[in-house]
Ligand binder design. Sequence first.
Ligand code: SF4
Ligand code: SF4
Length: 57
Amino acid sequence: MAYRINADDCIGCGACEDVCPVDCISEVDDSKRLIDENACIECGACADVCPVDCIDN
Ligand code: SF4
Ligand code: SF4
């Protein structure tokens, strides 16, 4: 199951986007980020760097 960002808690820092090895995280409304679940390889890098721990799988 792909990782998902809880948009309610995301502060739009961009840390997850910077570390994603397959570049499947993009900026959406209000700088919040969205994961392309079809491209995610479930490496967990984004969840490791999120300062507000709002990425789950
Ligand atoms: S789990 Fe890995 S591949 Fe999936 S969105 Fe996060 S950093 Fe990208
Ligand atoms: S690292 Fe967390 S808070 Fe920062 S943009 Fe990604 S999901 Fe949002």
